[in-house]
Structures are given as C-alpha cells and as structure tokens.
Design a protein around this ligand. Structure first.
Ligand SMILES: Nc1ncnc2c1ncn2[C@@H]1O[C@H](COP(=O)(O)OP(=O)(O)OP(=O)(O)O)[C@@H](O)[C@H]1O
Ligand SMILES: [Mg+2]
Length: 282
C-alpha cells in the first residue's frame, strides 16, 4: 500500500506479510488503506515540524549574526587605536601594554565568533563566570577611553560595589559599549559627561546606571526604543544597539530600563539590573 503526501508525492509504503490464518481479503485491504492514511499524515506532520524547527533556528542564527557583526566593530576600533599608539611609542613596557590590550580584543572577537557557532550547534551561548567588579570596572574605563578618544566626553565612574558577581563578561562589555557609543553620539561634538554607577541592590541585584547629559531620546522612538531597527537622527544608525543590549541583559535574567528628559534640563539614563548570583542557583 503506497503512502503518499497530500499532493500525491510518494513518501513510503506499507506491506503486509504472512497472515497467520487464511489468505488476505478485501477487509484487510480496507484496514490497510485506513492505516496508510494515518501513517502518511503523521509522517507529513513530523517532516513539517522538523522543517519549521530548522528554519526557526536559521532565522535566529541570522539575528544573532547581525548582532555579532554589529558589535565586532568595537574590538576592531580598539585594536586600530592601540596599533596607532604603538606605532608612535618607543617605550617597550608601554608597547607591551598596548599589545596586551590588542590581544584581549582578539579574545573578545573569537569569543563572539564562538558564540554564533555554539548557537548553531544548539548549545547555550552564555558564558557565565565569577567576575571581580573592581577589575571589570578598570577594564570598562580602559575600553571607554578608546571609545571616547577624540571626543570631549568626560567619563565619570562611581563603583560603589567592588565585590563579585556572576555574568558573561564579554557580553556585558558589549552592553557597556553600545550604551556608551549611543551616549557619546547623542552628546555630539559639544561633548558632555558619561557617568557609570555600579551598585548592589538588596544583596540580590547588581545594578549598572549609565547616564549622559545629551539631548534626550527622540520622542518618535517612544514605545519601541529597544526594538530592532528603531533608529533616529543618525546617518549610519542600524537601530540594533539597544536591541542587542536588551537581549543580552534578558539572557542573564535581568532587566534594562530607560529614563530620558528633553528640554532645558536634559539627559538620559539606562539602568541595567542583573541577578548577582548565578541564574541557575537562584
Ligand atoms: N543616550 C541616548 N541619548 C539620546 N538618544 C539615544 C540614546 N541612546 C539611544 N538613543 C536613540 O535611540 C536610537 C536607537 O539606538 P540603537 O543603539 O538601538 O541604534 P542606533 O544607535 O541608531 O544604531 P546602531 O547602534 O545599530 O549603530 C538611536 O538612533 C538614538 O536616536
Ligand atoms: Mg547605537
């Protein structure tokens, strides 16, 4: 008995062998026809689900790739900055330090590449480790010095909390870079102050506040600020930065909120809240 899809495409066959009592009869054929119909439907349904899962996965890989490509510009900019510093530097110790920064950026780039490949294999893409905030904040400061190079942005970091927390360091650095770049772009050529506060809340949450004194978020973005491709007032904005920020924070079981003021007293504040302990231990 052939098994066929709805459009008639053959997908298999059912065969009956060795009836115990007597020869095969018309009633056997009827039963076989019914069973073949059921089997064909189940096979088709299963194939359709497998196809859907595959295309969902491909779509997510596409989204993730665009996020990673977006953020690969950061380490590339930093590498080029340190390479330029090295070319004018005669002091061997200083050159070694620049070299270390460059190598660290290569690590970031390869961890971002690994992230996409791990996801394509169906593995989790969050590398949660114990982080010493004191060191992390120093790293942020060094990175943002590069990010703000040539712009009159004052960086003001207030690390009230200097203990430990669990998160994916490379991904959090991507969050910081995206928020810092937006702030510096919003403050424009006149510059301003970008302030970062790191604190602990109720012993449970690690809170980062990022505040700038730029002109505030354009009104037209209200309600869709964190959506992919929501961008305004930038010639080369893709609108992915804040969507990436939100995705990374939520992967950690955290939240990100934004407050903004336009007018005479203006500025924008993003607050990122992460569970301080490992998400799975909570
Ligand atoms: N600190 C800020 N001050 C004022 N406006 C901001 C600030 N941060 C974000 N915005 C506004 O929100 C929009 C979305 O930001 P997002 O980072 O998602 O995309 P983008 O910066 O336009 O492009 P991309 O980050 O992909 O290069 C920006 O275009 C900008 O108009
Ligand atoms: Mg941006």
């Amino acid at each position: 008995m052939p098994l066929a899809a709805e459009d008639g495409t053959p997908i298999g066959a059912l065969e009956l062998c060795n009836k115990v009592v007597g020869p095969f009869e018309a009633s056997d054929l009827k039963l076989l026809t019914l069973a073949a119909g059921q089997a064909s439907r189940v096979i088709q349904l299963h194939r359709a689900r497998a196809d859907q899962a595959k295309s969902d996965r491909l779509a997510s890989i596409g989204q993730m790739l665009s996020g990673v490509l977006h953020d690969l510009r950061t380490p590339m900019t930093i590498i080029s900055g340190y390479a330029q510093l090295m070319s004018d530097c005669s002091d061997a110790t200083e050159r070694r330090q620049h070299c270390e920064h460059i190598l660290r950026q290569f690590e970031n780039m390869s961890s971002m590449t690994r992230e996409v490949l791990a996801f394509a294999r169906g593995e989790s893409n969050l590398l949660v480790r114990k982080v010493y905030l004191q060191k992390f904040v120093e790293e942020i400061a060094a990175h943002l010095k590069q990010e703000f190079a040539g712009r009159s942005v004052v960086l003001d970091i207030d690390a009230e909390y200097r203990g430990t927390a669990f998160f994916d360091e490379t991904k959090l650095l991507r969050v910081v870079h995206n928020l810092a770049r937006n702030a510096s772009q919003a403050m424009g050529s006149g510059g301003g102050t970008f302030r970062i506060v790191v604190r602990e809340e109720a012993g449970e949450w690690l809170v980062f506040e990022f505040t700038d004194d730029g002109p505030g978020i354009p009104e037209e973005l209200e309600g869709r600020l964190f959506e992919p491709f929501a961008t305004s007032g930038k010639r080369e904005g893709t609108g992915l930065g804040l969507a990436i920020v939100k995705k990374i924070v939520e992967e950690h079981g955290g939240t990100v909120t934004c407050e903004t003021r336009r007018g005479p007293v203006h500025g924008t504040s993003f607050v990122v809240r992460l569970p301080r302990e490992r998400a799975e231990a909570r």
